[in-house]
Design a binder for this molecule. Structure first.
Ligand SMILES: [Zn+2]
Length: 139
């Protein structure tokens, strides 16, 4: 059971952030991330998140995707992969792959606008973060 759990990004009305794919655990950072730069703050945030995730004990019965009320889209996986990519030389490539997936998803959303407002918001935010990553990768 432990082997299957993953750290996943959760988008809900009452919660937005990182959580466990197998239980209701979520990462609730106390206080603002610390660090001298954005880069370092992100690092510290990720370290703390990963540490807490690794040490939490999955509680209760496994939840299915549907209890979250949303099916995770592929672009979100690619987007997360870009954010957590530790190898700087690969970041740009991951950003490009994620952006392509997001743009494709965005196109399909615009052809079926029903119930897509929230995801469209997430997409806008994701594209912004990816543009920051892209700028950083180009340093
Ligand atoms: Zn868990």
């Amino acid at each position: 059971m432990v082997a299957l759990r993953k750290l996943v990004w959760i988008e809900e009305d009452r919660f937005r952030g990182w959580g466990c794919s197998e239980c209701t655990w979520v990462f609730n950072p106390s206080g603002a991330p610390t660090g001298k730069s954005l880069d370092q703050s992100m690092r510290n945030f990720e370290l703390r998140r990963d540490k807490e995730f690794t040490s939490h004990v999955c509680a209760g019965s496994p939840k299915s995707q549907s209890t979250r009320g949303e099916v995770k889209q592929d672009w979100e996986k690619l987007y997360r992969a870009a954010i957590i990519e530790p190898d700087r030389s690969k970041v740009l490539q991951r950003v490009e792959v994620a952006e392509a997936a997001i743009l494709e998803r965005s196109r399909s959303l615009s052809s079926s606008p029903a119930n897509s407002g929230k995801e469209q918001e997430a997409i806008t935010r994701a594209l912004h973060i990816l543009s920051l990553l892209r700028a950083k990768a180009g340093d």
